[in-house]
Design a protein around this ligand. Structure first.
Ligand code: FMN
Length: 253
C-alpha cells in the first residue's frame, strides 16, 4: 500500500515527524507499506486569496499557480493519507490550515474515498482535543474515512503518560489505520450518508449554472436512488434512515 504523509510542522524532523516515523515503522511490520513524505514548508503553496473562484468556477481557475494541484494528485495516487500537524494555540499549524484552505473546494465536491489518519503532537495536550474536531472534520468532508492519533511530547511526567504507553497508543493507531487502508474503499456510516443527503438537498436548491450544482449533476448525485457519492453496500433500511436523517439535518443547517 502507498501512504502519503503530509507534514504540517515547520520543524522538519521535530516531534510530529518522529511520531509519524513510528507509525511508518509499525505499518511496515504489518505488511507492505511504502511511505512518501511531503513537507508543506518546502512546497510552493501560496496563501489562499479568498476569491472563491475554486467554489464558483472550479479549482483549475485558481489564480495561484503553485503546487496545489500536485498535492491533490499525490493524494489521489496514494492508498491512504496521513495529515500530520503539531497543535499550535489550540489548533492545527498555519501550514496545515493554509493547505486545508487551498483545497477548500473539496469540502463542496468530495473526492477522496479512502482512509486517512490525522495525527497531532502537542506539548501537554492543551487544546489537542478541541483542534482534533476540525482537524478530523476537513478530511471527512473531502470524503476520507478518518482515523486519529493524538500524542503528547514534552515528557513532563506530571502531564504526559510514560513512553511505553505512548508507544502502545501509536502502535494501536497504526494497526487501525493499516487495516482501514487495506480494506479499500470505506463503507460509509449512516451519518456520512445523511450528510450526503443534506448536502445534495442544499446544492439542488442552487442555480443550475453554479459549478457545484453542475458537478453534482454530472456525477449523478441528484439521481433519485443516489444515497452517497458512490453506491454503498448499505441495505434499504439504512438508506431510508440516512435520507430521513439528512432531511432533518437540512432543516437545522
Ligand atoms: C507556536 C506554538 C504553539 C503551541 N501551542 C500548543 C498548545 O496549544 N497546546 C500544547 O499542548 N502544545 C502547544 N505547543 C507545543 C507543540 O504542540 C509541541 O511541542 C509539538 O510536539 C511540536 O511539534 P513539532 O516538533 O513537530 O513542531 C505549541 C508550540 C508552538 C511552537
Amino acid at each position: 500500500m502507498k501512504i502519503l504523509a503530509i507534514m504540517g510542522s515547520p520543524r522538519k524532523t521535530g516531534n510530529t515527524y518522529k511520531v509519524t516515523k513510528k507509525v511508518e515503522e509499525r505499518m511496515k511490520q504489518l505488511g507492505d507499506a511504502e511511505f512518501e513524505y511531503v513537507f508543506l514548508r518546502d512546497m510552493r503553496l501560496g496563501q489562499c486569496l479568498g476569491c472563491q473562484v475554486c467554489f464558483d468556477k472550479g479549482e483549475e481557475h485558481c489564480p495561484l499557480k503553485d503546487d496545489r494541484a500536485l498535492l491533490e494528485e499525490k493524494m489521489h495516487r496514494a492508498d491512504g493519507v496521513i495529515f500530520a500537524s503539531p497543535t499550535y494555540a489550540f489548533n492545527i499549524s498555519g501550514l496545515m490550515k493554509n493547505f486545508f484552505d487551498r483545497l477548500g473546494y473539496a469540502c463542496h465536491r468530495p473526492r477522496f474515498f479512502k482512509s486517512a489518519l490525522v495525527l497531532t503532537t502537542s506539548g501537554v495536550g492543551m487544546g489537542a482535543n478541541i483542534m482534533m474536531i476540525s482537524f478530523r472534520l476537513v478530511p471527512q468532508t473531502w470524503g476520507f474515512k478518518v482515523n486519529s492519533l493524538n500524542v503528547m511530547t514534552n515528557g513532563i511526567p506530571e502531564f504526559n503518560p510514560p513512553q511505553h504507553k505512548t508507544d502502545k497508543k501509536i502502535a494501536r493507531a497504526a494497526d487501525r489505520f493499516y487495516r482501514s487502508v487495506a480494506a479499500g474503499r470505506p463503507e460509509p456510516d449512516i451519518l456520512s450518508m445523511a450528510a450526503f443527503a443534506t448536502a445534495r438537498g442544499q446544492i439542488r436548491k442552487t442555480p443550475g449554472d453554479m459549478f457545484d450544482h453542475r458537478y453534482y449533476k454530472e456525477h449523478g448525485w441528484f439521481e433519485k436512488d443516489a444515497c452517497y457519492y458512490y453506491d454503498p453496500q448499505a441495505g434499504a433500511l439504512k438508506k431510508m434512515l440516512a435520507r430521513q436523517l439528512g432531511k432533518l439535518l437540512g432543516v437545522f443547517t
